[in-house]
Design a protein around this ligand. Structure first.
Ligand SMILES: Nc1ncnc2c1ncn2[C@@H]1O[C@H](COP(=O)(O)OP(=O)(O)OP(=O)(O)O)[C@@H](O)[C@H]1O
Ligand SMILES: [Mg+2]
Length: 149
């Protein structure tokens, strides 16, 4: 199952975030993929806003902390960024592997493709592209049918 969504504007990204948020429940994982600046954090912020997290402005890339946690209307939102993770063994040592498999939280992972072996099998993959002509798209793959519409 694959779907391509054009993201011509921030409004389109917000709309996608809202739609993805509607289908998300604790135990779900969104694996976000895309080059530097592709819009991964922007999509996480849109989802966080839709899930009514307490302080949407606090939703920033956890580049140094690797993991941030937010309280939302449908439970905990865990935001992980694997950009600075050096190896998979470290993910276990730092507790990230455990965070990725939380059943009580919605888990959103930036740079998921850097350690795809760590990503739970049920994850939905969202690939963000920044085309040469400047147009952005998202490609959605796998995951529960409720996320595809
Ligand atoms: N659909 C969109 N339309 C216009 N601008 C966008 C869109 N999505 C994201 N942007 C802009 O692109 C810039 C980079 O976005 P963002 O920080 O979300 O990327 P990222 O993939 O998380 O980057 P990094 O790899 O550094 O974590 C931001 O200024 C953001 O506002
Ligand atoms: Mg980011």
């Amino acid at each position: 199952m694959e779907e391509i969504v054009p993201l011509a504007s921030l409004a389109a990204t917000r709309k996608l975030g809202k739609r993805l948020a509607q289908g998300l429940k604790p135990g779900d994982v969104l694996a976000l993929v895309g080059d530097l600046g592709a819009g991964k954090t922007t999509l996480v912020q849109a989802i966080a806003r839709a899930l009514e997290v307490d302080e949407p402005s606090d939703v920033v890339s956890p580049t140094y902390t690797l993991v941030n946690e937010h309280a939302g209307a449908r439970g905990v939102l865990v935001h992980i960024d694997l950009y600075r993770l050096t190896d998979a063994e470290n993910a276990v040592a730092l507790g990230i592997a455990e965070q990725l498999h939380r059943r009580d939280a919605i888990v959103l992972v930036e740079w998921a493709d850097r350690f795809s072996e760590l990503i739970p099998a049920q994850a939905t993959w969202v690939e963000l592209h920044f085309g040469r002509s400047g147009q952005r798209t998202a490609t959605l793959r796998r995951g529960p049918p409720s996320l595809f519409g």
